[in-house]
Design a binder for this molecule. Structure first.
Ligand SMILES: [Zn+2]
Ligand SMILES: [Zn+2]
Length: 257
């Protein structure tokens, strides 16, 4: 069964999807799902993207099954490394995604992050933060949306050119290889020709460095987003020689298609 390993329901500040809606859609599509609510400690706006993890796990416990798993997406920042570690070690999540949303105290979703800076400068700082945080967060199972910045960057050409940032991207990928982490193929962005041309070399490089595993994640905030563009994501994995997995009780399970 294919698993969509990244989605947000009501415990995430920016989603109103109920777990029941997610399960109904997953059944209709015949996919397994992992709920991964946002936990971004020390987010620049107070009380955004934080929730009660005990309440989450206890309220959703009755939905948990071999096809409905409970995970979390943590926002990685050096400043909240210890908080993130405590959270993960003290809860029985099936799966933990480590993501970069905030760099130098600013959510890269916002224009402020780009104002008065060159693309080179902001992308370099993004990948540097990612490499540093991924190395330090030694309790995550996968790296979330490596191309997140290309969704929101206020620069002329937002796509990531692997060659332009090869040294910095390699640093990130080498941490993932050494720790045998999965790198997520996040399908929230529309796969334009330019987007595909930009991300495929990154996954190819991951495989070349010794990486083996990818997860497929829609990052859905509504039921209609679940499983978005998975055909394309499976083609990318196949093309790059990477194995799609999902995580159950912290262990990778191969997806059988
Ligand atoms: Zn995210
Ligand atoms: Zn997400």
């Amino acid at each position: 069964m294919i698993f969509d390993t990244h989605m947000h329901t009501e415990f995430s500040s920016d989603s109103k999807m109920t777990i029941e809606q997610a399960i109904l859609q997953a059944k209709a599509l015949n996919v397994g799902i992992i709920i991964t609510e946002h936990m971004d400690y020390q987010y620049p706006k107070p009380d955004m993207f934080v929730f009660d993890a005990d309440d989450y796990l206890s309220r959703y416990a009755r939905y948990r099954s071999s096809e409905v798993l409970l995970g979390i997406e943590i926002g990685m920042q050096s400043a909240c490394l210890d908080e993130n570690r405590r959270l993960v070690l003290n809860h029985s999540f099936d799966y933990v995604i480590g993501s970069i949303h905030v760099v130098d105290g600013i959510d890269i979703y916002y224009e402020d992050f780009y104002r008065g800076r060159s693309k080179y400068e902001v992308y370099e700082s993004y990948f540097a933060a990612m490499a540093e945080c991924l190395a330090a967060h030694d309790f995550v199972h996968s790296l979330g949306h490596i191309d997140y910045i290309a969704r929101y960057a206020r620069v002329e050409e937002p796509e990531i050119s692997y060659l332009q940032f090869a040294a910095s991207i390699d640093k990130v990928l080498k941490v993932a290889v050494e720790r045998e982490l999965a790198v997520e193929i996040n399908t929230k962005r529309e796969y334009s020709k330019a987007a595909l041309a930009s991300i495929i070399p990154i996954y190819q490089r991951f495989a070349e460095l010794g990486g083996r595993l990818v997860t497929l994640g829609s990052d859905a905030h509504t039921a209609s987003g679940i499983g978005n563009q998975f055909k394309q994501a499976l083609t990318i994995a196949d093309k790059c020689g990477l194995r799609p997995v999902y995580f159950k009780e912290g262990n990778p399970e191969y997806i059988k298609i």
